[in-house]
Structures are given as structure tokens and as C-alpha cells.
Design a protein around this ligand. Structure first.
Ligand code: HPA
Length: 406
């Protein structure tokens, strides 16, 4: 039995429902992972009782939590007991439209699985004015208000040590990820968590300086949110740049490498959970995920500037450990040339939302077992910083062509 189901079932057993005789338990998972449960509490002025969802929300908010990522309700036998209109709106104050809502019967069997968005008619989609709202569109609106003259077409995601690329951007607005409710905030040294609107080589773009990683403990779906923000801001192309290790001695530290394809070895996927059909299909295909035409543009830009550009398959791993030498040998057999702890789930989320993807790895080290000294985060940061200016120059040359690329 899942922790949510156990909590909702226990709460239901304590429900105070002497008037309706219909006991309900609800359990909510907060973004921190903590679970809060509640039951319905009736009184003699029935039907002015309190719903189980409202009780659970009260407990969650009183504990200082502000975001709900999963909802489970346990009630009587079918038909499934959906949240009432008031509770749907209560949930919407703290949850995204894609938040899963499951309803179980008394035996724990799931009777219905949906999302909060699917339960909310338009009039219920009002958001509080102070941006407790947490879906990417709310963040997009705030950014859009502040930079209403810019129509960004490219999103640029910069990872560890690649800040020097951002220095080339003519900034219109820079905000902290923390000021945009609903976005996971990067927590690793070298990942700043800033969002910048501006122009690179005259091309309007949004740059995410720093990215959240799954190894920080974010739920997989949270990794999709920055990509959905870029999409909501109007971006149609996303350039994902990150530090990577190389499995090929001929692609040494300091190299810049196009990602041609990937092996998802994370064991998880940012699209797990209910699908939001308004963003993309349930089963997106990943053929040519790393857009061949955009790659050709980058190759041409590199050739014209005399910048060496490698290319290879990226193995995406959860981290945070660097790999063992045996794992690296395994990945080599599987066909990987590069290895990294970000990019792959972002590329999947981008594809789901019909963004064209360009993946660029900055090689910071030879992977475990291939160099005399083991890989380290300090080395990653230092090598990425050393290559960042070259990457910035390359992107400056390529970006005007990328936006013209059919
Ligand atoms: N492994 C995984 N991720 C990395 C590496 C590595 O060797 N270097 C930079 N990111």
C-alpha cells in the first residue's frame, strides 16, 4: 500500500460523518515529499461540514508547505468520490493543473485517475494575485509583464560553470528562480538559478542560468517545469548546454560536443504521471530528438569560426556519484560517447512540448577509469568555466542562423 493510500485510509477511519454516514479520507503529498492527511468532519448544521481534502490542505498549509504534487482520496464503493467544486479550487491554490488526483475505494483499489486540471472548469482557474500560483504559465506571465517588448524564440539552459556564456547576453531582465513560484530551484554549487531575458547577437532569448538536477531530490515531473516555462514564453527552440564526461580519449577535456542522441539511464522519466494533452502526447517519439537541422547549423558555425566540434551519444545518469569504471565500460559497449547528469530529462520534456532541441556537452573530464585521477565536481566547474567563453562565441555566431533554420 502506498504511503498516500495508507495515510488517507487511516484518516478515513477517523472521519466524523454521523449525518451522511459517508466517510472520506484524503492524503496530499507536498513538494518536500511529506504527506498530509485529513478526513471529513461534519456537524449538526450538515451540509456545512468540512471535506477531507480541506482538512488535509489545512494540515499541509499549517506545516508551512505551499505546494501539492499528488492527491489521493479514499471513500466508499463506486462511483468514485471526486473532490467537490470548492475543494477543487482549494487544491488549485497550491497545485498545478498536471497534479495527479486518484480516487480509491474502501479496499484501496484505484477507481479513477485524473489530474486537477481535468477537474477544473475555466471559471475555477482563478489564481491568487500574489502568485501563490505555481504553474509555469504564472511565472511566464510575470516575466512577460516585465519584458513586454521582447518575444524570445530561443531558450538557453546553462549548467555547471557555463556562466560566461550568459555574460554575452544583452540583458533586459534578470530574476531569481526563487521569485517564480512553481519552478524547482537549483541547489548545487555552480548552478545559480537565475532567469535572464535578453538578446544574444540580436536574437531575443531566455536563458536559464543554472538548472535543477534530479539528484537534488526534485520529483521527476519538476524537471519539465523550466522547459514548460520556456515554451509558455514563446520559445520554439531550446539549447541545452551542460558539463559532461567523455568516454572517448579523442574527445578530451575542454572539447565542445554536439549531442546526437541519448541513452536514458536515469531509470526515470519526467513524463511519468498523468499526461497533459494540451502540452504534448502521452507517448512522444524521440527519433531525431536532437534536431539534425539545428546540429548542421552549429557544425557550420563552428567550421566558419575554426572551432573544433565533436559529436556523440550521451548517456544520461542520475548521479550524484560519478560512475564506476565498470559502469563506464558498460556504457561504452552500449554506444555512449559522453556521460552527464542533466540534459536527458530536459530534452525529453522539451520534445513533449514540441520544442526543437539542440544539445551541447562541454567535456570537463575523461570518465571514470579513463584518466589517472578520478573525476571531481571542482574539476567539472573549472574545465567548464575554461571552455565557456569558446561556447559563448560559438553560440553567438550560431543563434541568428538557428532561428532561421527550417
Ligand atoms: N559523469 C557524469 N556526469 C558528468 C561527468 C562525468 O564524468 N563530468 C561532468 N558531468
Amino acid at each position: 500500500m502506498s504511503d498516500l493510500l495508507a495515510a488517507a485510509t487511516t484518516a478515513r477511519a477517523n472521519a466524523w460523518a454521523p449525518y451522511s454516514r459517508f466517510a472520506v479520507g484524503a492524503a496530499l503529498r507536498a513538494e518536500s515529499g511529506r504527506v498530509f492527511a485529513g478526513c471529513n468532519v461534519e456537524n449538526a448544521a450538515y451540509p456545512l461540514g468540512q471535506c477531507a481534502e480541506a482538512s488535509a490542505i489545512g494540515a499541509l498549509v499549517a506545516a508551512g508547505e505551499r505546494r501539492i504534487v499528488e492527491v489521493l482520496i479514499v471513500a466508499g464503493a463506486p462511483p468514485p468520490c471526486l473532490p467537490c467544486g470548492g475543494c477543487r479550487q482549494r487544491l488549485a491554490e497550491f497545485a498545478d493543473d498536471d497534479t495527479p488526483v486518484r480516487v480509491a475505494g474502501p479496499d484501496g483499489a484505484i477507481l479513477l485517475e485524473t489530474t486537477l486540471g481535468a477537474l477544473l472548469p475555466h471559471p475555477f482557474r482563478l489564481r491568487p494575485p500574489t502568485a501563490l500560483a505555481s504553474e509555469p504559465r504564472a511565472a511566464a506571465d510575470r516575466l512577460r509583464e516585465a519584458a513586454n517588448t521582447l518575444s524570445p524564440v530561443i531558450g538557453l539552459v546553462l549548467g555547471s560553470g557555463l556562466d560566461a556564456v550568459a555574460a554575452r547576453i544583452e540583458t533586459v531582465l534578470e530574476v531569481d528562480s526563487r521569485d517564480l513560484p512553481g519552478l524547482p530551484v537549483p541547489a548545487v554549487e555552480g548552478h545559480r538559478g537565475r532567469i535572464l531575458l535578453g538578446r544574444l547577437a540580436g536574437v531575443p532569448l531566455v536563458c536559464l542560468r543554472g538548472r535543477p538536477h534530479l539528484y537534488e531530490g526534485h520529483p521527476p515531473a519538476a524537471i519539465a517545469r523550466p522547459l514548460r516555462l520556456l515554451r509558455a514564453l514563446g520559445c520554439r527552440i531550446v539549447v541545452l548546454a551542460s558539463a559532461v564526461g567523455s568516454l572517448r580519449p579523442d574527445i578530451g577535456p575542454g572539447s565542445i560536443a554536439l549531442v546526437s542522441d541519448h541513452l536514458n539511464l536515469f531509470g526515470i522519466n519526467p513524463l511519468v504521471g498523468p499526461n497533459d494533452d494540451r502540452i504534448g502526447p502521452r507517448f512522444p517519439d524521440l527519433v531525431d530528438l536532437y534536431d539534425p537541422a539545428l546540429r548542421a547549423v552549429l557544425r557550420a558555425a563552428a567550421a566558419s569560426r575554426g572551432v573544433a566540434l565533436a559529436e556523440g551519444v550521451l548517456a544520461g545518469v542520475l548521479g550524484p556519484c560519478f560512475e564506476t569504471p565498470a559502469e563506464i565500460r558498460m556504457m561504452r559497449v552500449l554506444g555512449a560517447d559522453l556521460v552527464g547528469m542533466s540534459m536527458v530529462p530536459e530534452a525529453i520534456a522539451a520534445r513533449h512540448g514540441q520544442l526543437r532541441v539542440l544539445g551541447i556537452g562541454v567535456v570537463t573530464n575523461l570518465a571514470a577509469g579513463l584518466a589517472p585521477s578520478p573525476p571531481s565536481h571542482a574539476e567539472t566547474l573549472a574545465q567548464a568555466a575554461a571552455a565557456a567563453d569558446r561556447l559563448g562565441a560559438l553560440l553567438e555566431a550560431a543563434v541568428p542562423e538557428l532561428v532561421r533554420c527550417p
